[in-house]
Write a protein that binds this ligand. Sequence first.
Ligand code: FE2
Ligand code: FE2
Length: 192
Amino acid sequence: MLRLRSQTPALWTEIVQRDLDTFLRDHAHNERKVSQSALALAKDNPHRVELTDAMVELATEELDHFRQVYARLRERGVTLGFDQPDPYMTAMRKLCRKSDTDEYLLDRLVVFAIVEARGFERFHMMGEALPTEDPLKGFYQDIARSEAQHRALFLRLAKRFFPEDAVSARLDALLDEEARILAILPLRAAVH
Ligand SMILES: [Fe+2]
Ligand SMILES: [Fe+2]
């Protein structure tokens, strides 16, 4: 079971709601990048058919999320905007050990499981915090449900290719790291 080791403060949803356009731009780019990361995992592991199958599906689904967030931006009369640095994702990617191919794959799967879990936490918070009359409320409730499934997918794949105790040990270490990374980042109108 994947349980995050820190909780996002409710203040974050207030910061986001004060600047929803900036948040939506960041969210759109996040979906685009997750789709690209799924394709990269497929490209790097063509011999692991179960992984390739799952990543082709996931890339499509995340690209559809990108399309949906982009449509909401355009409805609001806002353009996509340039991608902004995401210090959280930069730090999370650095946690992946690159010297060994198997270790690298295990770390990528575990890191993505944690990132999807954090996405679930934050989109769920948005679904709760937005006023009932805001059409974005239902949208974020739906997005949160997808992220919960993606969290489970990455954990399942990790356990499919690596021994359970190796996955648990790495998950334990990386969950601590994730909480540490998030704790030193400012709260802003962004997914992370
Ligand atoms: Fe998504
Ligand atoms: Fe996702």
